[in-house]
Design a protein around this ligand. Structure first.
Ligand code: ADP
Length: 300
């Protein structure tokens, strides 16, 4: 039981570095291989915990060695895993990631046990949701489970945060159950159905979602920073100037910073300050959970 509950995916990232991407039918030798805990749900739970939040996770892993390792990693990070079940006979979710020398990547995600997180499974864990104040979700588990979790959280009076990733259109009921939506630019385009080419477009797209019932939006804009929009108000925040090495988990670190700070009673402005600093550290390091900083590494 914890102040914040994250409902979402838990994956093992299998990362191969290669000189050049293989062509169809070709085999290339890799330069290095790393196995790094990931999955947007787990990454955000880890970020919240490392940034000072009290967090529980609801999700599923398979009955294999990856599953056991991933749960152990969450426990090591101080996350309550009483809502993480082992689904025997199903593989743990994996992301097979290949990165070439230019930093371009190809990724195959096999959702595995993440797709066994059902509405019924959310209900089984209702006590964890009841005892929390904040519910954080993404879209790497089945859509109906996310919709159900948000509706349930709202009916219990919780503050809901949705990171609509990977990008999908959202139905109006889901939108109405979101207090704070945190999309990147692509996710904002797809959820709003509007093309975004500049800041005015981003504000207009966010305003459309607010008219549909989202209370507030923070759009992350990569190295351009972020944009906070609520009814009749918008403000742009700059990113920190750093030398980016790998942007994996930048968004997850940002969301972790927002949730951790809000749960400590900070304002959205202060929360964006922590989130921006945390994400700036994450982009200077490789990998998903391996790159997420701890609160004592942050300069706000
Ligand atoms: P996602 O990783 O979900 O696509 P973004 O790329 O928008 O999300 O990045 C999330 C946040 O990470 C940004 O709002 C910004 O604060 C930070 N960030 C991303 N890229 C950089 C960068 N090159 N330099 C500094 N901060 C960055």
């Amino acid at each position: 039981m914890a102040e914040i509950v994250v409902i979402g995916s838990i994956n093992m990232d299998l990362v191969s570095s290669v000189e050049r991407m293989p062509k169809l039918g070709q085999t290339v030798l890799g330069k290095s291989f790393k196995q790094i805990p990931g999955g947007k749900g787990a990454n955000q739970a880890v970020a919240i915990s490392r940034l000072g939040g009290d967090v529980a996770m609801i999700g599923k892993v398979g009955g294999d060695s990856f599953g056991a390792e991933l749960v152990e990693a969450l426990v090591k990070d101080g996350i309550d895993v009483s809502g993480v079940a082992v689904e025997d006979g199903v593989p743990t979710g994996i992301a097979a990631i290949t990165v070439d020398e230019t930093g371009s990547n190809c990724i195959i995600v096999n959702s595995g046990a993440n797709f066994k997180v059902s509405s019924d499974y959310i209900d089984t864990n209702i006590e964890i949701i009841k005892s929390s104040s904040f519910v954080v979700a993404q879209l790497e588990i089945p859509d109906n489970a996310v919709m159900h979790a948000l509706a349930l959280a709202k009916s219990l009076g919780k503050y809901t945060i949705l990171n609509p990733a990977p990008a999908k259109e959202l139905d109006e009921e889901t939108i109405r159950n979101v207090d704070l939506l945190i999309p990147n630019e692509t996710e904002l385009e797809i959820t709003s159905g509007m093309k975004i080419e500049n800041m005015e477009d981003a504000v207009a797209a966010a305003e459309r979602l607010i008219a549909m019932g989202v209370k507030e939006i923070i759009v992350t804009l990569g190295e351009k920073g972020s944009l906070h929009v609520k009814e009749g108000f918008h403000k742009k925040y700059d990113a920190k100037k750093v030398k980016a090495l790998d942007t994996t988990a930048a968004g997850d670190s940002f969301i972790g910073g927002i949730a951790a700070a809000l749960s400590k009673g900070k304002s959205i402005e202060e929360a964006i300050g922590l989130a921006t600093s945390a994400a700036a550290v994450a982009v200077t390091r490789e990998g998903a959970q391996s790159s997420i900083p701890y609160i004592n590494e942050i300069e706000v």
